[in-house]
Design a protein around this ligand. Structure first.
Ligand SMILES: Nc1ncnc2c1ncn2[C@@H]1O[C@H](COP(=O)(O)OP(=O)(O)O)[C@@H](O)[C@H]1O
Ligand SMILES: [Mg+2]
Length: 153
């Protein structure tokens, strides 16, 4: 699947606090782009603009997926996720009352991903055998109690 994303002249603010100004980034198909900066520079805010969590005050964000252009500004986060665009936030954001397997299944929220649940789960358990051992354990049960403790990454 050929996909690219173009961020053009984006501004974003939290109320009167202007956080990003005139930011443009183009990520072409097959490219990996790292956005570097010290704390508070607006990296997360830009990612939230892409995901529809923060609404930019100016600029354009367009994703091209399989030759079709999607203007992301104005779409809901759910619609953006449904296009296959995802944000993995920093930190241990697990659902502590769900099992390891249930937490992994939440990654298959999209209808397209749901169709491939088995293949993807098998891949995760093969790559990280410890998860397979602890698939039915609570995601945040203490490790010394014999249950799982995935990092959330
Ligand atoms: N929800 C918010 N409300 C007000 N200010 C915010 C909010 N989130 C982030 N900020 C401010 O916006 C600036 C950029 O933050 P952020 O995008 O999280 O930076 P980074 O991810 O590069 O560390 C910081 O000054 C931060 O304090
Ligand atoms: Mg951040």
């Amino acid at each position: 699947m050929a996909s690219s994303i173009t961020i053009e002249n984006v501004n974003a603010a939290y109320g009167a606090v202007r956080v990003i100004e005139d930011v443009s980034i183009n990520v072409k198909a097959g490219e990996t782009v790292a956005l570097l900066g010290t704390n508070g520079n607006g990296k997360s805010t830009l990612m939230k603009c892409v995901m529809g969590i923060v609404r930019p005050t100016a600029g354009r964000i367009v994703a091209e997926i399989d030759g079709e252009k999607h203007n992301l500004i104005g779409l809901s986060t759910e619609q953006i996720v449904d296009l296959g665009i995802a944000l993995v936030p920093e930190g241990r954001r697990l659902f502590p009352k769900l099992t390891v397997e249930e937490n992994l299944l939440l990654g298959a929220f999209r209808a397209k991903a749901r169709a491939q649940i088995k293949t993807n789960l098998d891949f995760a358990f093969e790559a990280f055998p410890r998860l397979a051992e602890r698939r039915r354990a609570g995601a945040c049960t203490r490790a010394d109690a014999g249950a799982a403790y995935p990092s959330g990454g």
